[in-house]
Structure formats: structure tokens, C-alpha cells
Design a protein around this ligand. Structure first.
Ligand code: HEM
Ligand code: FPP
Length: 299
């Protein structure tokens, strides 16, 4: 009987820790990014994607994106502790010591870079490192606290994954890969600002100059609406350059109309929960858009 307590307790705490480390990598965000990496890889080649760069590329980008997310948790731990959405994160809650989080983020970053550099190619390794630094340092440590355009500029780092997939299997830049980056880049402001409207008080409390705090909710709604129009144009680019066909055209047009409608509702007919509805829609929009690109490519 006396033995069952010491045996049970460490198991429980190891399990708890494992979840805390996973949480620091923002697994759902990284999962959607990996879908865009995969689509970048598939669209880059007419036939089957070779297995080695496919697997090593996905794992390497996942490790470096997870490292960037853990660095974001480290840098933001003090403001996270004060916001209702984030106070429960592993670092503010003391579930992971800061020194362990630094080692975890550093280890993931070095491991991911080495994997990409040695097994995939140097171009992808350096581009992924630039994305990591763009998100963890340029966005999190600087832009986030400096300007309401923080997520517009910083969004470039988060938009890079399809290009990272493209270079993983071709070892070269291509304009078509950049088009996919432009789509995610244009998608990011309506994605984030919808959430920022809902969480405006959180950001105001910790003095983070998000657009609804600095320019007001009405102005932010207008910007969201205008960005959904810009995104609809960006989503047509793959068809205009001949990369995608009718299946993608029809599907992406429906998604664009849906997003524009949601943003219109937010601007002119907001009810409780509309802003979070736009935020959730944005995630399904991007996921379905990239699935459509894939389906269209192979059918
Ligand atoms: C600078 C660019 C971006 C900003 C500022 C941003 C911001 C956010 C924020 C604040 C959340 C809420 C997280 C939470 O509830 O704790 C979120 C959720 C999410 N974001 Fe973004 N995001 C960005 C780019 C991206 C990109 C590029 C992707 C995917 C390709 C993405 C996919 C997601 C997903 C899937 C979620 C839901 C996560 C969950 O439910 O746990 N985001 N984003
Ligand atoms: C290598 C590579 C592809 C890097 C990309 C890294 C990455 C995980 C980007 C995600 C963007 C994101 C969720 C931003 C939110 O940060 P926030 O600090 O505004 O939100 P938070 O308050 O929820 O932390």
C-alpha cells in the first residue's frame, strides 16, 4: 500500500509535464502550418513527392516552429500571466521552470535546423531559421509591443511554411510558392484581429498596442472586412497563374464569399460571439483552402 503512492505520484507529474511542454509548442497552430508545408511540397512537383525530404521537411519545420512558439511563451511569460486567455499557460503557472523551457526551445531549434540542413537542404534550413527569428524575436520581442501593425508585419514569419515545403523538395525559390505565402500573409490580419476584438480588454490591460486597443473596435472591423476582400483577390492568384484549376476556383470562391459575409456581419450586425465566430471561421477557411489546393492538384 505504502509503495503505490510513490510509484503513482511521479507518473502523474511526468504526464503533466509532458503536456506542458507540448502546450508550449502551440501544437494546433503548428499542425495547420504543417498542412500548408505539405501542400507546398505537393504543388512544387508534378508527380509523387520523394519520401525523405517530405518526412524530414515536415519534422524539421515542426521542430523549429514549435521552438519558435516555446520562445514566444518564454518572452511573453510576464504579460501572459496577466491576461485571462493566457494566465494558465505552463510558464506563468510554474509547471515548467524557465531554464528547462530555454533548454527545450533551444534543443528543438538546433535539432530542427540540423535535420533540415543535413537531410533536406541548406536553403530550407536558413529560411526556416529566418521564420523562427522573425516570429520569436522580431514579432514577439519587438513588434508586438511597438506598433498596431505588429501582426501584419510579423505575419510574414507565420506565412512562410508553404514556401518551406516548396524549397524542401525543389531546393529553389519559385513564384508559385510565394503566392501561397501571400495568401497566408493576407489571411493573418482578419484571423488575428477578430480574436483581438474579443480579447481587447486583455491587451489593453498589459499595454500591448493591438489594433482594437489603439484604433478602436469599429476601425478594426473595417480593416478585417477590407482584408477579407484583399484575401479574396489573393486566393484567385493560383488560378490566374495556371497553378490551380476549376475545383480550386469554385471552392476557394465559396470560402472567400463566406469570409466576406462573416466580416460584413461583424461590421454591421454584430451579436455576442460574432467576433469569435469570424476567428473560428478563419481557421476552417485556411484549412479547407489548402485541402482544395491539394485536391485540385491531383484530380
Ligand atoms: C503573426 C501571425 C499570427 C498571429 C498573431 C496569430 C494569433 C493567434 C492567436 C492569438 C490565437 C489564439 C490562441 C489561443 O487561443 O490561445 C491563434 C490561434 C490559432 N491560430 Fe493563429 N496567429 C497567427 C498566424 C497563424 C498561422 C500562420 C496559422 C496557420 C497556418 C495559425 C493557425 C491558428 C490555429 C489553428 C489556431 C487555433 C489554435 C487552438 O485552438 O489552440 N495562426 N492565433
Ligand atoms: C519556423 C516557423 C514556421 C515559425 C512560425 C512560428 C509560429 C508558431 C507562428 C504562429 C503565429 C502565432 C500563433 C502567433 C500568436 O502569437 P501571439 O504572441 O500574438 O499570441 P499568444 O498571445 O497566443 O501567444
Amino acid at each position: 500500500m505504502a509503495k503505490s503512492i510513490p510509484l503513482g505520484a511521479p507518473q502523474a507529474s511526468v504526464k503533466l509535464n509532458w503536456r506542458a511542454y507540448l502546450e508550449m509548442t502551440k501544437p494546433k497552430v503548428v499542425a495547420l502550418m504543417l498542412l500548408t508545408v505539405l501542400v507546398g511540397m505537393c504543388l512544387a512537383l508534378p508527380g509523387a513527392v520523394p519520401l525523405q525530404p517530405l518526412l524530414a521537411g515536415l519534422v524539421g519545420v515542426a521542430m523549429m516552429a514549435g521552438a519558435a512558439a516555446a520562445m514566444n511563451h518564454l518572452i511573453d511569460r510576464r504579460i501572459d500571466a496577466q491576461m485571462a486567455r493566457t494566465y494558465n499557460r505552463p510558464l506563468p503557472k510554474g509547471k515548467v521552470p524557465v531554464s528547462h523551457a530555454i533548454a527545450f526551445a533551444g534543443g528543438l531549434a538546433v535539432g530542427g535546423f540540423a535535420l533540415l540542413y543535413l537531410v533536406v537542404n541548406a536553403l530550407t534550413a536558413w529560411l526556416t531559421l529566418a521564420s523562427l527569428l522573425g516570429y520569436a524575436l522580431v514579432y514577439t520581442a519587438y513588434l508586438k509591443r511597438a506598433t498596431p501593425q505588429n501582426i501584419v508585419i510579423g505575419g510574414l514569419a507565420g506565412a512562410m511554411p508553404p514556401l518551406l515545403g516548396w524549397t524542401s523538395v525543389t531546393n529553389e525559390f519559385h513564384g508559385h510558392g510565394l503566392l501561397l505565402v501571400i495568401i497566408i500573409f493576407t489571411w493573418t490580419p482578419p484571423h488575428f484581429w477578430a480574436l483581438a476584438i474579443h480579447r481587447r480588454a486583455d491587451y489593453a490591460k498589459v499595454d500591448i498596442p493591438m489594433l482594437p486597443v489603439t484604433h478602436g473596435v469599429e476601425f478594426t472591423k473595417t480593416c478585417i472586412f477590407l482584408y477579407t476582400l484583399l484575401l479574396a483577390v489573393a486566393c484567385l492568384l493560383p488560378v490566374l497563374v495556371g497553378m490551380s484549376g476549376v475545383i480550386y476556383l469554385v471552392g476557394s470562391t465559396l470560402l472567400s464569399l463566406g469570409f466576406i459575409y462573416k466580416a460584413w456581419q461583424l461590421k454591421y450586425h454584430e451579436q455576442a460571439g460574432t467576433a469569435m465566430g469570424v476567428f473560428r471561421f478563419s481557421i476552417y477557411h485556411l484549412m479547407l483552402l489548402f485541402i482544395l489546393l491539394l485536391v485540385d492538384h491531383y484530380l
